[in-house]
Write a protein that binds this ligand. Structure first.
Ligand code: MEV
Length: 439
């Protein structure tokens, strides 16, 4: 292992900065943490979360850098999702109590009312070559127009395999920003990436294309562009899915269905007109989206960034969902961009991501878009339904109660009696503490 004695390491003298941390072995990294940051004995917690299977542990350590342990999150199932006529038991990874319960309740409600119907509005991803060029815009435009075919051919090395899977470069357009930033242009490249999310593919093609573009433009015009950067965009307004649910108001099992569906519609409308409410409303929807994205090994940060930008596409941040109650029919739909993959990235490397995709019956990327959007809609539906009926805290605190009881070390029998007691009392950390003290 090449372990060392700490007292003989001059770099390790109670200092909180270090160079070459990444080059240390895992044991050395932990030793350094013990010396500089960790409370005595707490390194054992890091060790507790290692897998006993070394090969398995190695897989995890290679996902990221400077790994010293694994961070577990609950892996849950929301059953009864009827989406476009197929039933799914959807895997969800989230730490927030009541998210999976809410998604499951939403799924069960719509199971008996026709389920979720989805529509892929488009499935194009986008990347950009950002550059400065000192020549005239018309010359550049003409150059791009006459060279499109050669641009596409220049990337064949990277695109040919993707083309066999139905993907590749879709369009290349020039965007002129010189009115706001001198000499700044952009080549906007749209792609189809088949079942991959496509980030690596897009970035590779962009870099290859930028080299070719730069040499060819210089040769033809004698003015060399400065390539500033090449990168995909996580804003994907052309990779959008819609999920929709619909039923008669009379099919709501609430006593006063008309009153509550009217309140429901107003609650969604408020999220259309008030940004403060819209952000929370969309956060609820994204609770479901992120949980499935994580469970399937997709990049939830990219999805989050793209979804919130899409929510603000009209210049005002708004709800990602809409709701109408017309002629006695309740309709709710969520529309959002979802750049996801079912191949590549973590999808096959992480054993649970692989399993999640198997659970979902090995979907295409478009089917996964439909599933994720529907879970988001179910989540949003369940949250708004609670808000306009019982209020959110009742269900939320019930689930939160078991976490508080666990944290306070309540025995199984005391926890059971506490659950009964709090059916008719308000849950709070203090109330639970008082209850346990009296036991
Ligand atoms: C909590 O994680 C999500 C909610 O706040 C969503 C909403 O308010 O619609 C309950």
């Amino acid at each position: 292992m090449g372990f060392f004695s700490l007292t003989h390491q001059p770099n390790f003298k109670m200092s909180s900065s270090i160079s070459g941390f990444s080059k240390l072995s895992k044991a050395e990294k932990i030793q350094w943490l013990r010396l500089n940051y960790l409370p005595d004995g707490s390194h054992k917690i890091l060790e507790q979360f290692w897998s006993s299977d070394n090969a398995f542990q190695n897989v995890f350590e290679n996902f990221s850098e400077n790994t010293v342990s694994n961070f577990h999150l609950p892996y849950s199932i929301a059953p009864n999702f009827l989406i476009d006529g197929t039933l799914y038991a959807v895997p969800m990874v989230t730490e927030e109590s009541s998210v999976v319960a809410a998604a499951s309740a939403g799924a069960k409600f719509w199971l008996k009312r026709g389920g979720f119907k989805t529509r892929i509005i488009n499935n194009l991803k986008e990347g950009q070559i950002h550059f400065n060029w000192a020549g005239e815009a018309q010359i550049l435009e003409a150059f791009i127009r006459t060279n499109i075919e050669s641009f596409i051919s220049a990337c064949k090395n990277t695109t040919s395999r993707m083309e066999k899977r139905g993907g590749g470069i879709n369009t290349i357009t020039l965007r002129d920003f010189t009115a706001i930033e001198p000499q700044y242009y952009q080549l906007k490249v749209q792609f189809r990436t088949a079942d991959a999310m496509g980030a690596n593919f897009i970035n590779s093609v962009l870099e290859e294309l930028a080299d070719f573009f730069s040499v060819r433009l210089t040769a033809e015009t004698n003015i060399e562009p400065t390539i500033i950067m090449c990168i995909l965009s996580n804003y994907t307004p052309d990779c959008v899915v819609e999920s929709m649910v619909q039923c008669k108001v009379s099919e709501f099992d609430d006593k006063n269905a008309e009153y509550y569906t009217d309140k429901f519609q107003k609650a969604v409308r408020i999220a259309q007109i008030d940004t403060y409410r819209a952000v929370t409303h969309n956060k609820g929807l994204m609770n479901g989206v992120d949980a499935v994205a994580i469970a399937t090994g997709n990049d939830f940060r990219a999805i989050e960034a793209g979804a919130h930008a899409f929510a603000a596409r009209d210049g005002v941040y708004k709800s990602l969902s809409e709701c109408t109650v017309e002629g006695g029919v309740f309709t709710m739909r969520a529309t959002l961009p979802l750049a996801v993959g079912t191949v590549g990235g973590l999808t096959r490397l992480h054993p649970l991501a692989k399993l999640s995709l198997e659970l979902l019956q090995s979907p295409t990327s478009e089917q996964l878009m439909s599933i994720i959007a529907s879970v988001g809609l179910a989540q949003n539906f369940a949250a708004v339904r609670s808000l306009v009926t019982t209020g959110i805290q009742k269900g939320h605190m019930k689930l939160h109660l078991s976490n508080i009881l666990n944290e306070m070390g309540a025995s199984e029998s005391v926890a059971e009696s506490a659950q009964k007691y709090f059916e008719s009392h308000t849950v709070s950390v203090n109330a639970v503490r008082d209850y346990l003290n009296e036991k």
